[in-house]
Ligand binder design. Structure first.
Ligand SMILES: Nc1ncnc2c1ncn2[C@@H]1O[C@H](COP(=O)(O)OP(=O)(O)OP(=O)(O)O)[C@@H](O)[C@H]1O
Ligand SMILES: [Mg+2]
Length: 227
C-alpha cells in the first residue's frame, strides 16, 4: 500500500503477565496510509500489542510513539481516551458494543471526541449545540450507510447478527476520525476494504491482527476485495 510519513513507531515493547511474556521486544513502524497485517499463532501476543498501543495494558519496557513529525507523542503512560484523542481507534477481538444502545447511538458515542458541547455549553449556546448534534447525526448516518447499516439505525446493537456487529464496531471506530485504525480479527474482508478505503479515512493507516490479509485471495491488499 501507499506509504507516507512515519505515524506509529513501536520500539522494543515488552509486556509480561507474571511469568508469561506476552509480547517480547516488538519493534514496528507504520506509515501514513499503510496497511499492515499482524500475523501470529494463537497466544502470540497480537491482542496484547493492540492493548499496549491503546493503553489498556502498560508495557514494562519499550516505547510507542504516535503522530506526525514534530507532533509525535509517547502513548505509554496515557489513558485510553487520550490515545483516542491522539488519533488511534480500535475494534476488539471479542466485540464490545454498547449492547443496550441503538446502532446509531453506538456510532454517536464514537463521535464524541469530535464534538465539544457539554452541558454548560449546551445551556449557554443552544443553537451551537443543536448544530453540533445535527452534524454528529448526519455523520453517523453517513457511516452507517457506508457499512450498509442505515436500515438498522434504530435497532439495538445486541439484536444484530455477528457479522453486522463487527461492521458496526468498525463504523464506531471510524467515527473518531482516526489516523490509525487497529482491527483485532476483523474477519471480514468486505467490511475491512470499506474501512480502509472509505472517504472518512483516506489517509488512515491500519493494522489488522490475524491472517486474512495474508490470504492469497486478498493479494495482501484489502483494496482488491470486490466491493
Ligand atoms: N490479562 C492477561 N493476563 C494473563 N495473561 C494474559 C493476559 N492477556 C493475555 N495473556 C497471555 O498473553 C499471551 C498473548 O495473548 P494474546 O491474547 O495477546 O495473543 P493473540 O496473539 O491475540 O492470540 P489469539 O490469536 O488467540 O487472539 C497468551 O499466553 C495469553 O494467555
Ligand atoms: Mg488476539
Amino acid at each position: 500500500m501507499a506509504t507516507g510519513e512515519l505515524l506509529l513507531q513501536i520500539e522494543r515493547v515488552t509486556k509480561r503477565f507474571g511469568g508469561v511474556v506476552a509480547v517480547s521486544e516488538v519493534s514496528l513502524d507504520v506509515r501514513q496510509g499503510e496497511i499492515v497485517g499482524l500475523i501470529g499463532l494463537n497466544g502470540a501476543g497480537k491482542t496484547t500489542l493492540f492493548n499496549c498501543i491503546t493503553a489498556t495494558a502498560r508495557p514494562e519496557e519499550g516505547s510507542i510513539r504516535f503522530g506526525r513529525e514534530g507532533f509525535r507523542e509517547q502513548l505509554v503512560g496515557l489513558l485510553p481516551h487520550q490515545v483516542v484523542e491522539c488519533g488511534v481507534a480500535r475494534t476488539f477481538q471479542n466485540i464490545r458494543l454498547f449492547a443496550n444502545m441503538t446502532v446509531l447511538e453506538n456510532v454517536l458515542v464514537g463521535l464524541h471526541t469530535r464534538t465539544h458541547a457539554g452541558l454548560l455549553e449546551a445551556l449557554a449556546d443552544r443553537q451551537h449545540s443543536r448544530r453540533e448534534e445535527r452534524w454528529a447525526h448526519d455523520r453517523a448516518t453517513a457511516l452507517l450507510q457506508l457499512f450498509d447499516l442505515a436500515p438498522k439505525a434504530s435497532h439495538l446493537a445486541s439484536s444484530l447478527a455477528f457479522g453486522l456487529q463487527r461492521r458496526l464496531e468498525i463504523a464506531r471506530a471510524l467515527a473518531s476520525e482516526p489516523e490509525l485504525l487497529l482491527l483485532d480479527e476483523p474477519a471480514g474482508g468486505k467490511a475491512f476494504a470499506k474501512a480502509a478505503h472509505c472517504r472518512f479515512c483516506e489517509s488512515c493507516a491500519a493494522i489488522a491482527a490475524k491472517d486474512f490479509l495474508a490470504r492469497p485471495a486478498f493479494g495482501g491488499c484489502p483494496g482488491q476485495v470486490p466491493p
